[in-house]
Design a protein around this ligand. Sequence first.
Ligand code: WT7
Length: 637
Amino acid sequence: MHYPYQITSYEQYKAQYAESIANPEGFWANVAEHFTWQKKWDRVLEWNFEEPKVEWFGGGKINVTENCLDRHLATQPDVPAIIWEPNDPELHHRVLTYRELHHKVMQFSNVLKNNGVQKGDRICIYMGMIPELVIAVLACARIGAVHSVVFGGFSAQSIADRIQDAGAVMVITCDGAYRGNKTVPLKETIDDAMIGCPTVKRIIVVTHTRTPVSMIKGRDLWWEDEIKKVETHGNPYVAPEPMDAEDLLFILYTSGSTGKPKGVVHTTAGYLIWANYTFVNVFQYRPGQVHFCTADIGWITGHTYIVYGPLSAGATSLMFEGVPTWPDAGRFWDIVDKFKVNILYTAPTAIRSLMAFGQTPLMGKSLTSLEVLGTVGEPINEEAWHWYDEHIGKQKCPIVDTWWQTETSGTLISNLAGVTPSKPSFATLPMPGVLPALVDENGQEIEGNGTSGNLVIKQPWPGILRTTYGNHERMRQTYFSAYPQLYFTGDGCHRDENGFYRITGRVDDVLNVSGHRIGTAEVENAINMHSGVIESAVVGFPHDIKGQGIYAFVIFQGFHDDENLTRGDLLATVSRMIGPIAKPDKIQFVNGLPKTRSGKIMRRILRKIAEGELTSLGDTSTLLDPLVVDEIKEGRL
Ligand code: WT7
């Protein structure tokens, strides 16, 4: 069985693509017909990239959970919606059918309502990868509250920043989370974050690790107790809140090249349709298949391809609590065999790290259930692509290389599994509705094939971000000011002779470390918080496993004992300010930084040094003090 809007041949792709560009309104209206609306839209699309303003399906009323849950109840109540594999392989997995998930979402919707949550309220979710996270997210969507999921690796300070920016009234968390052989004390971190978050009135805590936690009277509640109260009252039906197509569905914070992370806003109808359409087409999902996306729901990949894409398609989505290398580097393959996974979607960094363990972890694993493989989050090198193809896909599974961003909400450029051609390290062709272009430094479009430039998108697709929360001007500045009338992705890109796109990496000051997006300015700000730091500059460098590593050049005064202890202090400071994911791999102490006469740090030079390209530093004629560079080169780590 195919979804009515599923593309099944290369010819059909070309035709659909052409139609989507010639007549976007007609094209997306046809797709939107296949969703459950409470009221049909009045206008398909209104937009301009000056303000910028984008509205899809204006006047329509729709609830995402009605599309993810209720509409499947009639046809497939007993199909597994979520299969959950715990961190500890000795413990039992859990299966939630569509009927059960619907019931649990209803329960927790009642809990939210009992605690005074109203439509439009913002709710911060800081949890490990357990089914209650999906339930919490969907319960918010059910009643029209706006979720802001914060990845479990962020520090109290980062959480507080996000809670304050969103004005969140509630936090949903767990006592703790398991990750490999570690227990992460989530509630404790939330307690630290609460100093300075007066908007938060309630914290709901799921019991998971049974780590001792403080429970403050009048503020903190156990999830299980709240559910019991609801059950005592017969778990009343909660109608799916009628949401305007453009009402907020969620906020997700992401890093940029300047300042604090910004709250990327996605709205209801456009996001739902984009998540569903790209899920069904990119992976070529067929009902009955088991889809395993290894991302964390704290990132956009988990939002779109664990929760909303699969569930809106009535799919079975596998969710894994743990890490790929615990108890050993065969864990993913065990999970694939245990649940007969058909689609595996992971990050190049995971592939590279598993590749490093060689063939042993693959011994005795069959992997014969696999039909489609995917990658996301960073460019994939050819070596990793071929390893994935040979050792995991046994050269019989198409590999989709999906290029997209938090801001795009779903895939923009990718091959369609087994339907359109693939090429190692190329994302290949745009999805219907996506009109990419390459521009040079001056914003001049570069036409023709066999060329490179900065990647921009010329018209809106249903899943484009609508604003940056609380600051629309920041959205304009960040994405629509570099090139007037164009959405700027921040990525460099090559278009080959056949018109296939290959994303080459960020051209701004954003790093991609193990698929995690980190702004260099953010890391610098964190390092500069340390009392001995005079100034710092952070750049990326190529890293075999992580893709990019973080290299910090630091001017420091007043060492206590040796340099390594000070390095430790700086790492502790970064962990405290952002989280362990932002810790630099290398810290080089320097006496000065290369600057122009006007005082601007010349990062280009530092990047070259960090990359080990010491002989070709490029134009250094504008340097204020060339001696600084020689000294940095000598001290390179
Ligand atoms: C940045 C977005 C996409 C969801 C997870 C990351 C890089 C993403 C690819 C790919 C090359 C990729 C880009 C992009 N990126 N996918 N297939 N090939 N690069 O979302 O944290 O918003 O990061 O990830 O540089 O701009 P994100």
